[in-house]
Design a protein. Structure first.
Length: 586
Protein backbone atom coordinates (compact mmCIF):
# COMPACT_ATOMS: atom_id res chain seq x y z
CA UNK A 1 0.00 0.00 0.00
CA UNK A 2 2.38 2.65 -1.31
CA UNK A 3 -0.29 5.31 -1.62
CA UNK A 4 -0.83 8.04 -4.18
CA UNK A 5 0.62 11.49 -3.46
CA UNK A 6 -2.21 13.94 -2.92
CA UNK A 7 -2.50 17.03 -5.07
CA UNK A 8 -1.33 19.05 -2.06
CA UNK A 9 1.80 16.88 -1.82
CA UNK A 10 2.42 17.26 -5.56
CA UNK A 11 2.03 21.02 -5.31
CA UNK A 12 4.44 21.14 -2.37
CA UNK A 13 7.07 19.29 -4.41
CA UNK A 14 6.46 21.59 -7.37
CA UNK A 15 6.87 24.74 -5.27
CA UNK A 16 9.97 23.43 -3.53
CA UNK A 17 11.55 22.87 -6.94
CA UNK A 18 10.63 26.40 -7.95
CA UNK A 19 11.99 27.81 -4.68
CA UNK A 20 15.26 25.89 -5.06
CA UNK A 21 15.80 27.46 -8.47
CA UNK A 22 15.45 31.05 -7.33
CA UNK A 23 16.19 31.17 -3.58
CA UNK A 24 19.03 29.97 -1.32
CA UNK A 25 19.26 26.13 -0.97
CA UNK A 26 17.50 25.98 2.40
CA UNK A 27 14.29 27.19 0.71
CA UNK A 28 13.86 23.75 -0.85
CA UNK A 29 13.84 22.21 2.62
CA UNK A 30 11.08 24.44 3.96
CA UNK A 31 7.57 23.06 4.48
CA UNK A 32 5.44 25.40 2.39
CA UNK A 33 2.32 24.48 4.39
CA UNK A 34 -0.12 23.88 1.56
CA UNK A 35 -3.77 23.62 2.53
CA UNK A 36 -7.23 23.92 1.00
CA UNK A 37 -8.47 27.49 0.71
CA UNK A 38 -11.68 29.44 0.18
CA UNK A 39 -9.80 31.79 -2.14
CA UNK A 40 -8.27 29.19 -4.48
CA UNK A 41 -7.89 25.43 -4.75
CA UNK A 42 -4.96 25.57 -2.32
CA UNK A 43 -3.01 28.19 -0.47
CA UNK A 44 0.65 28.09 0.65
CA UNK A 45 1.88 30.23 3.53
CA UNK A 46 5.44 28.91 3.86
CA UNK A 47 6.87 32.24 2.70
CA UNK A 48 6.37 33.63 6.20
CA UNK A 49 8.63 31.01 7.79
CA UNK A 50 11.20 31.49 5.01
CA UNK A 51 11.14 35.25 5.52
CA UNK A 52 12.55 34.98 9.03
CA UNK A 53 15.28 32.59 7.86
CA UNK A 54 16.24 34.56 4.72
CA UNK A 55 15.75 38.05 6.23
CA UNK A 56 13.51 39.11 3.34
CA UNK A 57 9.86 40.28 3.20
CA UNK A 58 7.46 37.33 2.83
CA UNK A 59 5.66 38.88 -0.15
CA UNK A 60 8.98 39.23 -1.97
CA UNK A 61 9.76 35.56 -1.33
CA UNK A 62 6.28 34.49 -2.43
CA UNK A 63 6.62 36.53 -5.64
CA UNK A 64 9.99 34.89 -6.42
CA UNK A 65 8.48 31.40 -6.00
CA UNK A 66 5.41 32.34 -8.10
CA UNK A 67 7.59 33.71 -10.92
CA UNK A 68 9.65 30.50 -10.96
CA UNK A 69 6.60 28.23 -10.94
CA UNK A 70 5.47 28.22 -14.55
CA UNK A 71 2.05 26.72 -15.35
CA UNK A 72 2.31 23.07 -16.39
CA UNK A 73 0.26 19.88 -16.39
CA UNK A 74 -0.27 20.20 -12.64
CA UNK A 75 -0.35 23.93 -11.92
CA UNK A 76 -2.78 26.11 -13.84
CA UNK A 77 -1.82 29.32 -12.02
CA UNK A 78 0.07 30.70 -9.02
CA UNK A 79 -0.73 34.14 -7.61
CA UNK A 80 0.64 36.13 -4.70
CA UNK A 81 -2.03 37.22 -2.24
CA UNK A 82 -1.97 39.52 0.77
CA UNK A 83 1.27 39.86 2.74
CA UNK A 84 2.83 36.70 1.32
CA UNK A 85 0.36 33.91 0.55
CA UNK A 86 0.49 31.86 -2.63
CA UNK A 87 -2.88 30.99 -4.17
CA UNK A 88 -2.70 27.90 -6.34
CA UNK A 89 -5.10 26.60 -8.95
CA UNK A 90 -4.72 23.02 -10.18
CA UNK A 91 -5.19 22.12 -13.84
CA UNK A 92 -8.52 20.45 -14.62
CA UNK A 93 -6.91 17.45 -16.30
CA UNK A 94 -4.61 16.92 -13.30
CA UNK A 95 -7.62 16.80 -10.99
CA UNK A 96 -9.47 14.21 -13.06
CA UNK A 97 -6.30 12.16 -13.61
CA UNK A 98 -5.99 12.03 -9.80
CA UNK A 99 -9.61 10.84 -9.56
CA UNK A 100 -8.81 8.05 -12.00
CA UNK A 101 -5.67 7.01 -10.13
CA UNK A 102 -7.49 6.83 -6.80
CA UNK A 103 -10.41 4.92 -8.32
CA UNK A 104 -8.07 2.25 -9.67
CA UNK A 105 -6.26 1.81 -6.34
CA UNK A 106 -7.77 -0.72 -3.91
CA UNK A 107 -6.85 1.51 -0.95
CA UNK A 108 -8.10 4.64 -2.78
CA UNK A 109 -4.60 6.03 -2.69
CA UNK A 110 -4.20 5.92 1.09
CA UNK A 111 -0.55 5.19 1.98
CA UNK A 112 0.68 2.76 4.61
CA UNK A 113 2.13 4.63 7.56
CA UNK A 114 4.98 3.54 9.85
CA UNK A 115 3.85 0.03 10.91
CA UNK A 116 3.98 0.19 14.71
CA UNK A 117 2.92 -3.05 16.37
CA UNK A 118 -0.02 -1.78 18.40
CA UNK A 119 -1.96 -3.42 21.21
CA UNK A 120 -5.45 -1.94 21.60
CA UNK A 121 -7.23 -2.66 24.90
CA UNK A 122 -10.97 -1.99 24.61
CA UNK A 123 -14.52 -3.04 25.57
CA UNK A 124 -13.50 -4.68 28.93
CA UNK A 125 -16.82 -6.17 30.18
CA UNK A 126 -17.11 -8.13 33.42
CA UNK A 127 -17.79 -11.85 33.61
CA UNK A 128 -21.25 -12.78 34.99
CA UNK A 129 -22.54 -9.26 34.35
CA UNK A 130 -24.55 -7.88 31.46
CA UNK A 131 -22.91 -5.34 29.19
CA UNK A 132 -24.47 -1.92 29.72
CA UNK A 133 -24.37 1.50 28.11
CA UNK A 134 -21.03 2.19 29.81
CA UNK A 135 -19.37 -0.38 27.52
CA UNK A 136 -20.72 1.20 24.34
CA UNK A 137 -18.14 3.87 23.55
CA UNK A 138 -15.10 1.83 24.56
CA UNK A 139 -16.20 -0.98 22.24
CA UNK A 140 -17.09 1.23 19.29
CA UNK A 141 -14.19 3.69 19.52
CA UNK A 142 -11.71 0.86 20.05
CA UNK A 143 -13.08 -1.04 17.06
CA UNK A 144 -12.81 2.02 14.81
CA UNK A 145 -9.20 2.63 15.86
CA UNK A 146 -8.34 -1.03 15.23
CA UNK A 147 -9.84 -0.82 11.74
CA UNK A 148 -8.04 2.43 10.85
CA UNK A 149 -4.65 1.32 12.17
CA UNK A 150 -4.94 -2.05 10.42
CA UNK A 151 -5.90 -0.35 7.15
CA UNK A 152 -2.83 1.87 7.44
CA UNK A 153 -0.55 -1.15 7.78
CA UNK A 154 0.06 -1.38 11.53
CA UNK A 155 0.07 -4.92 12.97
CA UNK A 156 -2.72 -4.64 15.56
CA UNK A 157 -3.29 -6.97 18.51
CA UNK A 158 -6.79 -6.68 19.96
CA UNK A 159 -7.10 -7.19 23.71
CA UNK A 160 -10.40 -7.47 25.56
CA UNK A 161 -9.42 -7.19 29.24
CA UNK A 162 -12.20 -9.13 30.97
CA UNK A 163 -13.02 -8.65 34.64
CA UNK A 164 -13.03 -12.31 35.67
CA UNK A 165 -11.20 -12.46 39.02
CA UNK A 166 -11.56 -11.23 42.55
CA UNK A 167 -13.75 -11.30 45.64
CA UNK A 168 -17.00 -10.95 43.68
CA UNK A 169 -16.57 -14.40 42.16
CA UNK A 170 -16.02 -16.10 45.48
CA UNK A 171 -19.12 -14.30 46.72
CA UNK A 172 -21.22 -15.33 43.72
CA UNK A 173 -20.03 -18.96 43.64
CA UNK A 174 -20.72 -19.36 47.35
CA UNK A 175 -24.20 -17.90 46.89
CA UNK A 176 -24.88 -20.27 43.99
CA UNK A 177 -23.72 -23.25 46.04
CA UNK A 178 -26.06 -22.35 48.87
CA UNK A 179 -29.07 -21.75 46.62
CA UNK A 180 -30.73 -23.08 43.44
CA UNK A 181 -27.53 -22.74 41.39
CA UNK A 182 -28.89 -24.65 38.38
CA UNK A 183 -31.42 -21.91 37.67
CA UNK A 184 -28.91 -19.54 36.11
CA UNK A 185 -27.54 -21.87 33.45
CA UNK A 186 -28.16 -21.67 29.72
CA UNK A 187 -31.49 -23.22 28.74
CA UNK A 188 -32.55 -24.74 25.42
CA UNK A 189 -33.86 -22.28 22.81
CA UNK A 190 -32.37 -19.38 24.75
CA UNK A 191 -29.57 -16.97 24.00
CA UNK A 192 -26.73 -16.64 26.46
CA UNK A 193 -28.10 -13.22 27.37
CA UNK A 194 -30.75 -14.92 29.49
CA UNK A 195 -28.21 -16.85 31.53
CA UNK A 196 -26.00 -13.81 32.08
CA UNK A 197 -29.03 -11.73 33.02
CA UNK A 198 -29.83 -14.25 35.75
CA UNK A 199 -26.22 -14.22 36.91
CA UNK A 200 -26.35 -10.43 37.14
CA UNK A 201 -29.47 -10.61 39.33
CA UNK A 202 -27.92 -13.35 41.46
CA UNK A 203 -24.76 -11.29 41.93
CA UNK A 204 -26.86 -8.41 43.25
CA UNK A 205 -28.49 -10.80 45.71
CA UNK A 206 -25.08 -12.20 46.70
CA UNK A 207 -23.78 -8.67 47.24
CA UNK A 208 -26.70 -7.88 49.50
CA UNK A 209 -26.13 -11.09 51.49
CA UNK A 210 -22.41 -10.34 51.76
CA UNK A 211 -23.11 -6.88 53.17
CA UNK A 212 -25.87 -8.01 55.54
CA UNK A 213 -24.65 -11.39 56.82
CA UNK A 214 -21.13 -11.53 58.37
CA UNK A 215 -21.20 -15.35 58.40
CA UNK A 216 -21.97 -15.49 54.67
CA UNK A 217 -19.26 -12.89 54.07
CA UNK A 218 -16.74 -15.10 55.83
CA UNK A 219 -17.81 -18.15 53.80
CA UNK A 220 -17.50 -16.08 50.62
CA UNK A 221 -13.97 -15.01 51.55
CA UNK A 222 -13.00 -18.65 52.13
CA UNK A 223 -14.44 -19.41 48.70
CA UNK A 224 -12.16 -16.76 47.18
CA UNK A 225 -9.20 -18.58 48.72
CA UNK A 226 -10.47 -21.84 47.22
CA UNK A 227 -10.79 -20.20 43.81
CA UNK A 228 -7.29 -18.77 43.99
CA UNK A 229 -5.82 -22.07 45.18
CA UNK A 230 -7.44 -24.02 42.33
CA UNK A 231 -10.17 -25.99 44.12
CA UNK A 232 -11.66 -28.20 41.33
CA UNK A 233 -15.35 -27.66 42.17
CA UNK A 234 -14.97 -23.93 42.57
CA UNK A 235 -12.96 -23.64 39.36
CA UNK A 236 -15.55 -25.70 37.45
CA UNK A 237 -18.34 -23.28 38.38
CA UNK A 238 -16.10 -20.31 37.60
CA UNK A 239 -15.24 -21.75 34.15
CA UNK A 240 -18.94 -22.24 33.44
CA UNK A 241 -19.64 -18.59 34.21
CA UNK A 242 -16.70 -17.45 32.07
CA UNK A 243 -17.75 -19.59 29.10
CA UNK A 244 -21.40 -18.51 29.29
CA UNK A 245 -20.38 -14.86 29.61
CA UNK A 246 -18.11 -15.10 26.57
CA UNK A 247 -20.95 -16.57 24.51
CA UNK A 248 -23.10 -13.65 25.59
CA UNK A 249 -20.35 -11.10 24.80
CA UNK A 250 -20.02 -12.61 21.33
CA UNK A 251 -23.76 -12.19 20.77
CA UNK A 252 -23.41 -8.49 21.59
CA UNK A 253 -20.29 -8.11 19.44
CA UNK A 254 -21.97 -9.87 16.51
CA UNK A 255 -24.91 -7.51 16.80
CA UNK A 256 -22.59 -4.50 16.97
CA UNK A 257 -20.50 -5.90 14.10
CA UNK A 258 -17.19 -5.35 15.88
CA UNK A 259 -14.04 -7.40 15.35
CA UNK A 260 -13.54 -8.81 18.86
CA UNK A 261 -13.46 -12.60 19.19
CA UNK A 262 -12.74 -15.16 21.93
CA UNK A 263 -9.09 -15.11 20.89
CA UNK A 264 -8.87 -11.45 21.90
CA UNK A 265 -10.32 -12.03 25.39
CA UNK A 266 -7.71 -12.03 28.16
CA UNK A 267 -9.10 -12.00 31.67
CA UNK A 268 -7.57 -10.54 34.80
CA UNK A 269 -7.07 -14.13 35.95
CA UNK A 270 -4.50 -14.60 33.19
CA UNK A 271 -2.14 -12.18 34.95
CA UNK A 272 -2.85 -13.43 38.49
CA UNK A 273 0.18 -15.81 38.71
CA UNK A 274 2.57 -12.90 38.10
CA UNK A 275 1.16 -10.36 40.55
CA UNK A 276 3.35 -11.34 43.50
CA UNK A 277 6.42 -11.10 41.28
CA UNK A 278 5.33 -7.59 40.22
CA UNK A 279 5.04 -6.55 43.85
CA UNK A 280 8.31 -8.17 44.90
CA UNK A 281 10.32 -6.55 42.13
CA UNK A 282 8.88 -3.09 42.75
CA UNK A 283 9.61 -3.38 46.45
CA UNK A 284 13.10 -4.82 45.98
CA UNK A 285 14.07 -1.94 43.70
CA UNK A 286 12.62 0.71 46.00
CA UNK A 287 9.95 1.78 43.50
CA UNK A 288 7.19 0.69 45.87
CA UNK A 289 7.27 1.07 49.66
CA UNK A 290 5.19 -0.11 52.59
CA UNK A 291 2.62 2.41 53.80
CA UNK A 292 0.01 1.57 56.45
CA UNK A 293 0.40 -2.10 55.62
CA UNK A 294 -0.06 -1.65 51.87
CA UNK A 295 2.58 -1.67 49.15
CA UNK A 296 2.44 1.70 47.40
CA UNK A 297 4.15 3.77 44.71
CA UNK A 298 4.25 7.52 45.40
CA UNK A 299 4.58 10.47 43.01
CA UNK A 300 5.79 13.98 43.76
CA UNK A 301 3.06 15.63 41.70
CA UNK A 302 0.06 13.49 42.69
CA UNK A 303 -1.66 14.80 45.79
CA UNK A 304 -5.22 14.73 47.12
CA UNK A 305 -7.40 17.73 48.07
CA UNK A 306 -5.81 17.69 51.54
CA UNK A 307 -2.34 18.02 50.05
CA UNK A 308 -1.36 14.51 51.06
CA UNK A 309 0.27 12.19 48.48
CA UNK A 310 -2.08 9.86 46.59
CA UNK A 311 -0.32 6.54 45.97
CA UNK A 312 -0.78 3.77 43.45
CA UNK A 313 -1.64 0.78 45.64
CA UNK A 314 0.06 -2.32 44.23
CA UNK A 315 -0.86 -4.64 47.09
CA UNK A 316 -3.56 -3.90 49.66
CA UNK A 317 -3.06 -4.14 53.41
CA UNK A 318 -4.96 -7.45 53.48
CA UNK A 319 -2.52 -8.94 50.95
CA UNK A 320 -4.90 -8.75 48.01
CA UNK A 321 -4.07 -7.24 44.63
CA UNK A 322 -6.14 -4.65 42.79
CA UNK A 323 -6.30 -3.21 39.29
CA UNK A 324 -2.88 -1.55 39.52
CA UNK A 325 -0.95 -4.81 39.91
CA UNK A 326 -2.95 -6.45 37.13
CA UNK A 327 -2.38 -3.52 34.77
CA UNK A 328 1.37 -3.55 35.50
CA UNK A 329 1.54 -7.29 34.83
CA UNK A 330 -0.40 -6.73 31.59
CA UNK A 331 2.10 -4.08 30.45
CA UNK A 332 4.99 -6.50 31.04
CA UNK A 333 3.20 -9.20 29.05
CA UNK A 334 2.25 -6.91 26.20
CA UNK A 335 5.77 -5.58 25.80
CA UNK A 336 7.71 -8.81 26.41
CA UNK A 337 5.40 -11.37 24.79
CA UNK A 338 3.13 -9.47 22.40
CA UNK A 339 6.10 -7.26 21.37
CA UNK A 340 4.02 -4.09 21.53
CA UNK A 341 5.57 -0.88 20.26
CA UNK A 342 2.47 1.05 21.26
CA UNK A 343 -0.31 0.21 23.75
CA UNK A 344 -3.64 2.03 23.61
CA UNK A 345 -6.14 1.83 26.48
CA UNK A 346 -9.63 2.87 25.34
CA UNK A 347 -11.06 3.52 28.80
CA UNK A 348 -13.36 6.27 30.09
CA UNK A 349 -11.89 9.59 31.16
CA UNK A 350 -12.40 8.96 34.88
CA UNK A 351 -9.44 6.55 34.84
CA UNK A 352 -6.93 9.17 33.66
CA UNK A 353 -5.04 9.44 36.96
CA UNK A 354 -4.90 5.65 37.37
CA UNK A 355 -3.26 5.16 33.98
CA UNK A 356 -0.92 8.08 34.49
CA UNK A 357 0.41 6.42 37.68
CA UNK A 358 0.51 2.93 36.14
CA UNK A 359 2.48 4.15 33.10
CA UNK A 360 4.94 6.10 35.28
CA UNK A 361 5.46 3.08 37.55
CA UNK A 362 6.06 0.83 34.54
CA UNK A 363 8.58 3.36 33.17
CA UNK A 364 10.49 3.41 36.46
CA UNK A 365 10.59 -0.39 36.50
CA UNK A 366 11.76 -0.60 32.89
CA UNK A 367 8.72 -2.64 31.89
CA UNK A 368 7.70 0.18 29.57
CA UNK A 369 10.89 1.06 27.69
CA UNK A 370 11.43 4.48 26.17
CA UNK A 371 10.81 3.11 22.69
CA UNK A 372 7.31 1.90 23.59
CA UNK A 373 4.38 4.29 23.79
CA UNK A 374 1.51 3.75 26.22
CA UNK A 375 -1.50 6.00 25.87
CA UNK A 376 -4.81 6.32 27.65
CA UNK A 377 -7.49 7.02 25.02
CA UNK A 378 -10.21 8.61 27.18
CA UNK A 379 -13.83 9.18 26.22
CA UNK A 380 -16.89 10.84 27.74
CA UNK A 381 -20.15 9.38 29.02
CA UNK A 382 -23.34 8.47 27.14
CA UNK A 383 -26.12 10.91 28.01
CA UNK A 384 -29.83 10.82 27.33
CA UNK A 385 -31.68 13.34 25.18
CA UNK A 386 -32.18 15.43 28.34
CA UNK A 387 -28.42 15.81 28.76
CA UNK A 388 -28.34 13.64 31.89
CA UNK A 389 -26.55 10.28 32.33
CA UNK A 390 -28.52 7.61 30.46
CA UNK A 391 -30.15 5.37 33.06
CA UNK A 392 -33.30 3.32 33.53
CA UNK A 393 -36.18 4.56 35.68
CA UNK A 394 -34.74 2.47 38.50
CA UNK A 395 -31.47 4.38 38.21
CA UNK A 396 -29.49 1.48 36.74
CA UNK A 397 -27.34 1.62 33.60
CA UNK A 398 -29.25 0.58 30.47
CA UNK A 399 -28.50 -2.90 29.21
CA UNK A 400 -26.61 -2.61 25.93
CA UNK A 401 -28.79 -5.18 24.15
CA UNK A 402 -31.92 -3.21 25.06
CA UNK A 403 -30.47 -0.05 23.52
CA UNK A 404 -29.49 -1.87 20.32
CA UNK A 405 -32.90 -3.55 20.01
CA UNK A 406 -34.62 -0.19 20.47
CA UNK A 407 -32.43 1.42 17.80
CA UNK A 408 -33.13 -1.37 15.28
CA UNK A 409 -36.89 -1.19 15.94
CA UNK A 410 -36.79 2.58 15.48
CA UNK A 411 -34.82 2.20 12.25
CA UNK A 412 -37.28 -0.38 10.93
CA UNK A 413 -40.13 2.08 11.30
CA UNK A 414 -38.10 4.77 9.55
CA UNK A 415 -37.16 2.49 6.64
CA UNK A 416 -40.77 1.39 6.11
CA UNK A 417 -41.98 4.97 6.26
CA UNK A 418 -39.52 5.98 3.55
CA UNK A 419 -40.20 2.94 1.36
CA UNK A 420 -43.37 0.97 2.28
CA UNK A 421 -42.62 -1.61 -0.42
CA UNK A 422 -39.58 -2.95 1.45
CA UNK A 423 -40.66 -6.16 3.20
CA UNK A 424 -39.60 -9.38 4.85
CA UNK A 425 -35.96 -10.25 5.33
CA UNK A 426 -34.84 -7.19 3.39
CA UNK A 427 -36.39 -4.73 5.81
CA UNK A 428 -34.99 -6.63 8.79
CA UNK A 429 -31.48 -6.59 7.33
CA UNK A 430 -31.68 -2.93 6.39
CA UNK A 431 -33.16 -1.98 9.79
CA UNK A 432 -30.26 -3.72 11.52
CA UNK A 433 -27.68 -1.93 9.34
CA UNK A 434 -29.35 1.45 9.83
CA UNK A 435 -30.10 1.06 13.55
CA UNK A 436 -26.69 -0.30 14.55
CA UNK A 437 -24.96 2.15 12.23
CA UNK A 438 -26.84 5.03 13.83
CA UNK A 439 -25.78 3.99 17.34
CA UNK A 440 -22.15 3.59 16.33
CA UNK A 441 -21.98 6.83 14.37
CA UNK A 442 -23.53 8.79 17.23
CA UNK A 443 -20.75 7.51 19.51
CA UNK A 444 -18.04 8.37 16.99
CA UNK A 445 -19.19 11.69 15.51
CA UNK A 446 -18.64 13.54 18.78
CA UNK A 447 -15.07 14.21 19.85
CA UNK A 448 -14.36 11.21 22.06
CA UNK A 449 -13.42 13.36 25.05
CA UNK A 450 -16.89 14.90 25.03
CA UNK A 451 -20.09 13.23 26.19
CA UNK A 452 -22.20 11.48 23.56
CA UNK A 453 -26.01 11.88 23.44
CA UNK A 454 -28.24 8.85 22.88
CA UNK A 455 -31.23 10.44 21.12
CA UNK A 456 -32.91 8.08 18.64
CA UNK A 457 -34.90 10.87 16.96
CA UNK A 458 -31.68 12.64 16.07
CA UNK A 459 -29.55 9.51 15.49
CA UNK A 460 -31.90 8.02 12.89
CA UNK A 461 -32.70 11.29 11.15
CA UNK A 462 -32.22 11.38 7.38
CA UNK A 463 -30.87 14.93 7.66
CA UNK A 464 -27.89 16.27 9.57
CA UNK A 465 -24.64 14.64 10.50
CA UNK A 466 -25.91 11.10 11.16
CA UNK A 467 -24.90 7.62 10.10
CA UNK A 468 -28.23 7.21 8.30
CA UNK A 469 -27.59 10.33 6.23
CA UNK A 470 -24.27 8.90 5.07
CA UNK A 471 -25.77 5.46 4.37
CA UNK A 472 -28.52 7.03 2.25
CA UNK A 473 -25.93 9.18 0.46
CA UNK A 474 -23.98 6.04 -0.41
CA UNK A 475 -27.10 4.18 -1.58
CA UNK A 476 -28.10 7.17 -3.69
CA UNK A 477 -24.73 7.25 -5.48
CA UNK A 478 -24.88 3.49 -6.10
CA UNK A 479 -28.33 3.93 -7.62
CA UNK A 480 -26.95 6.54 -10.04
CA UNK A 481 -24.09 4.22 -10.97
CA UNK A 482 -26.47 1.32 -11.68
CA UNK A 483 -28.48 3.49 -14.05
CA UNK A 484 -25.30 4.81 -15.66
CA UNK A 485 -24.07 1.25 -16.25
CA UNK A 486 -27.31 0.42 -18.08
CA UNK A 487 -26.58 3.28 -20.49
CA UNK A 488 -23.19 1.80 -21.38
CA UNK A 489 -19.59 3.14 -21.22
CA UNK A 490 -18.97 6.82 -21.82
CA UNK A 491 -15.21 7.09 -22.52
CA UNK A 492 -12.38 8.85 -20.67
CA UNK A 493 -13.19 11.22 -17.81
CA UNK A 494 -10.09 13.35 -18.47
CA UNK A 495 -10.66 16.41 -20.59
CA UNK A 496 -13.00 19.38 -20.67
CA UNK A 497 -13.58 22.18 -18.20
CA UNK A 498 -14.65 21.35 -14.65
CA UNK A 499 -17.73 22.97 -13.16
CA UNK A 500 -17.16 24.50 -9.70
CA UNK A 501 -19.18 21.73 -7.99
CA UNK A 502 -17.19 19.04 -9.84
CA UNK A 503 -13.97 20.71 -8.80
CA UNK A 504 -14.92 21.00 -5.13
CA UNK A 505 -16.03 17.35 -4.97
CA UNK A 506 -12.88 16.07 -6.67
CA UNK A 507 -10.55 18.09 -4.46
CA UNK A 508 -12.32 16.85 -1.31
CA UNK A 509 -12.07 13.26 -2.53
CA UNK A 510 -8.32 13.81 -2.77
CA UNK A 511 -8.25 14.62 0.97
CA UNK A 512 -9.45 11.15 2.06
CA UNK A 513 -5.96 9.85 2.84
CA UNK A 514 -5.22 12.90 4.99
CA UNK A 515 -8.40 12.33 7.00
CA UNK A 516 -7.62 8.66 7.65
CA UNK A 517 -4.00 9.31 8.59
CA UNK A 518 -5.15 12.10 10.90
CA UNK A 519 -7.33 9.62 12.81
CA UNK A 520 -4.33 7.35 13.37
CA UNK A 521 -2.29 10.25 14.73
CA UNK A 522 -4.90 11.90 16.93
CA UNK A 523 -6.85 8.70 17.82
CA UNK A 524 -10.02 10.71 17.15
CA UNK A 525 -12.46 8.92 14.80
CA UNK A 526 -14.77 11.95 14.69
CA UNK A 527 -12.34 13.54 12.23
CA UNK A 528 -13.21 10.85 9.67
CA UNK A 529 -16.92 11.38 10.42
CA UNK A 530 -16.53 15.08 9.65
CA UNK A 531 -14.75 14.30 6.39
CA UNK A 532 -17.46 11.87 5.25
CA UNK A 533 -20.29 14.23 6.17
CA UNK A 534 -18.68 17.02 4.14
CA UNK A 535 -18.21 14.58 1.25
CA UNK A 536 -21.92 13.69 1.29
CA UNK A 537 -22.85 17.38 1.35
CA UNK A 538 -20.51 18.20 -1.55
CA UNK A 539 -21.93 15.29 -3.54
CA UNK A 540 -25.46 16.64 -3.03
CA UNK A 541 -24.35 20.05 -4.33
CA UNK A 542 -22.63 18.37 -7.29
CA UNK A 543 -25.66 16.21 -8.15
CA UNK A 544 -28.06 19.15 -8.00
CA UNK A 545 -26.00 21.33 -10.34
CA UNK A 546 -24.28 18.76 -12.60
CA UNK A 547 -26.60 16.23 -14.32
CA UNK A 548 -24.94 12.82 -14.56
CA UNK A 549 -27.20 10.65 -16.70
CA UNK A 550 -28.33 13.61 -18.82
CA UNK A 551 -24.91 15.22 -19.25
CA UNK A 552 -24.49 17.30 -22.40
CA UNK A 553 -21.60 15.24 -23.86
CA UNK A 554 -20.20 11.73 -23.47
CA UNK A 555 -16.99 13.16 -22.02
CA UNK A 556 -18.93 15.20 -19.46
CA UNK A 557 -20.97 12.13 -18.55
CA UNK A 558 -17.80 10.03 -18.17
CA UNK A 559 -16.28 12.66 -15.88
CA UNK A 560 -19.33 12.79 -13.67
CA UNK A 561 -19.70 9.02 -13.52
CA UNK A 562 -16.04 8.81 -12.43
CA UNK A 563 -16.73 11.30 -9.64
CA UNK A 564 -19.78 9.28 -8.58
CA UNK A 565 -17.76 6.06 -8.54
CA UNK A 566 -14.97 7.48 -6.37
CA UNK A 567 -17.52 9.13 -4.06
CA UNK A 568 -19.35 5.83 -3.55
CA UNK A 569 -16.11 3.91 -2.96
CA UNK A 570 -14.84 6.55 -0.53
CA UNK A 571 -18.08 6.59 1.44
CA UNK A 572 -18.10 2.79 1.62
CA UNK A 573 -14.46 2.60 2.69
CA UNK A 574 -14.86 5.41 5.22
CA UNK A 575 -17.96 3.88 6.79
CA UNK A 576 -16.23 0.49 6.91
CA UNK A 577 -13.32 2.04 8.81
CA UNK A 578 -15.86 3.29 11.34
CA UNK A 579 -17.38 -0.21 11.54
CA UNK A 580 -20.61 0.87 9.83
CA UNK A 581 -22.36 -0.96 6.99
CA UNK A 582 -22.82 0.82 3.63
CA UNK A 583 -25.89 -0.76 1.98
CA UNK A 584 -26.17 -0.41 -1.79
CA UNK A 585 -29.94 0.05 -1.52
CA UNK A 586 -32.03 1.84 1.07
Amino acid sequence: MNGIPSLADQLDARLRTAAAGTLPPEAAEQDLQIQRSDHADYQANGAFALASRLKRPPRQIAAAIADACEPDGLVASVEVSGPGYLNLRVADDAIMAQVERRSRDEALGVPATAPLRTVVDYSQPNIAKEMHVGHLRSTIIGDALVRVLTFLGSPVVRQNHLGDWGTQFGMLIQYLDEGPSASWRHEAQESSAGAVSRLTALYQQARAAFDADPEFAERARRRVVQLQSGDPGTLATWHEMVDESKRYFNEVYDRLDVLLTDEDAVGESFYNPGLQDVANELERRGIAVQSQGALCVFFDDVKGPDGEPVPLIVRKADGGFGYAATDLAAIRYRVDVLRAQRILYVVDARQALHFRMVFETARRAGWLPEGVEAAHVPFGSVLGADGKPLKTREGDAFRLIELLDEAVAYARATVLEKDPEVAGADVDAVARQVGIGAVKYASLVTSRTRDSVFDLDRMISLTGNTGVYLQYAHARVRSILRRAAEAGPAGSPVGGTLEPAERQLALHLDEFARAVVEVSGTLEPHRLCTYLFTLAQLFTEFYESCPVLKAATDQERARRVALCQLTADTLRRGLNLLGIAAPDRL
